[in-house]
Design a protein around this ligand. Structure first.
Ligand code: NIG
Ligand code: FE
Length: 400
């Protein structure tokens, strides 16, 4: 049995979504899980354990990026320039750019090439203390290419990052189904979802519910198929317009509703009732130069758990930085640094249905934690690019 003992750490356990700091804390790891956590002076002695002295440094749970599209090929740098010149995301998408241009590049790439391009983004996140990453498909949009993207996503873990995969075949209508969205939805429901479930390639199913993508009614059909195959659902909701996505998430028992810039009060109240997590994505808000912020005050008032994520993708959020997204959540959306860190730990774990396994440092959970070159947890959401992990532990072992 491998046992390790971390001592003299300033542990922000994130229990209950608060810093919940243990000032001179200790943490004991057995077989990859937290066997004991508490004050150093009360820690059980074990002569055989390997001791790691944090020397007063801050320790937090490994960060969780619960919404990314980081498996894709190519770039959309040209579109960024068009948008800076005044074109909107919707105009570019309607003119055949946007998601569909990434679909063409992703279909053309072999699995090995796709992996080579994607691993760079995963490594950037991992280098900032991220130990769990959700990755969506959605740039294949046909059976073989959606499964290719999910397989590549799964292969990126390699024992040092926990990967969760989400099937987002309902991201856009592919060129072969142009003008026939209902036929594509039927194909997603009767072919793509069953295949992904059969090959155990997806942990959940997501839909882009938006006027340039799929209607609430089409979203419901996809969700029914997902449930029939035992898969949880998530939704890109109310990003560019109010489609009633928040309420739909709640009534569908979704793990999360993501974006939510245009969500209304009734939808938020429904999410609170259902326990649906709000995933806020400040990177997309920033890169699209949106004006309308998600209703953070209403989310707080109704007690909806708020997660934050990079949304790492080539079009609306070309970024792979946990530090940047926590800082942006505070600066752009008005979260407190504590809410931002809870958004990338406990609440992000909830958005993946993993809150009993990761997201806080508590007995029984996976020993995913970061020793930071910092002393105060508020520093993590206050800076961009200035704090690096001193060491990252994944399932109890130091990541090389
Ligand atoms: O989360 N909203 C839809 N999907 C992505 C954008 C994908 C893209 O433009 O490539 C998002 O913002
Ligand atoms: Fe997204």
């Amino acid at each position: 049995m491998v046992s390790r003992h971390l001592v003299h750490a300033r542990i922000a356990t994130m229990r209950g979504g608060r810093y919940s700091v243990i000032d001179d804390g200790a943490l004991r790891v057995e077989d990859g899980r937290i066997a004991w956590i508490g004050p150093s002076n009360a820690a059980p002695r074990d002569a055989g354990a390997e001791v790691v002295d944090a020397k007063g440094a801050l320790v937090t749970p490994g960060l969780v990026d619960c919404h990314t599209h980081l498996v894709y090929a190519g770039t959309r740098a040209g579109e960024h320039a068009l948008r800076l010149g005044g074109a909107t995301y919707e105009e570019i998408a309607r003119a055949g750019g946007g998601i569909l241009s990434t679909v063409l590049a992703t279909r053309a790439a072999s699995a090995a090439e796709l992996r080579r391009q994607s691993v760079v983004r995963l490594e950037a996140l991992a280098g900032e203390g991220v130990t769990t990453v959700e990755i969506k498909s959605g740039y294949g949009l046909d059976l073989d290419n959606e499964l290719k993207c999910l397989r590549v996503a799964r292969s990126l873990g390699d024992g040092h990052v926990r990967i969760r995969t989400t099937l987002l075949a309902a991201h856009a209508v592919p060129p072969e189904f142009k003008g026939r969205p209902d036929d594509y939805v039927a194909h997603v429901c009767s072919d793509i979802i069953p295949a992904a479930a059969r090959d155990q390639l997806a942990d959940a199913v997501d839909v882009f519910c938006e006027r340039i993508a799929f209607s609430p009614e089409q979203t419901q059909r996809v969700f029914e198929a997902a449930r029939a195959h035992g898969l949880r659902v998530k939704i890109h909701a109310d990003q560019l317009s109010n489609q009633g996505g928040a309420a739909l998430a709640a009534e569908s028992g979704a793990l999360s509703a993501d974006h939510l810039e245009h969500a209304d009060e009734a939808g938020i109240a429904a999410m609170a009732q259902a326990g649906t997590v709000a995933v806020l994505l400040p990177g997309a808000f920033y890169f699209l130069r949106e004006q309308r912020k998600p209703p953070v005050e209403a989310l707080r008032r109704h007690g909806v758990p708020m997660a934050i994520a990079t949304d790492c993708n080539p079009g609306t959020s070309p970024m792979a930085s946990a530090g940047a997204v926590m800082s942006m959540a505070c600066t752009l959306f008005g979260l407190t640094p504590e809410e931002a860190l809870a958004g990338m730990t406990l609440n992000a774990a909830r958005a993946l249905g993993l809150e009993s396994e990761i997201g806080t440092l508590e007995r029984g959970k996976h020993a995913d934690f970061v020793i930071w070159e910092a002393g105060d947890p508020a520093e993590l959401a206050t800076q961009i690019g200035m704090i690096r992990p001193r060491a990252v532990f994944f399932a109890g072992s130091v990541r090389p």
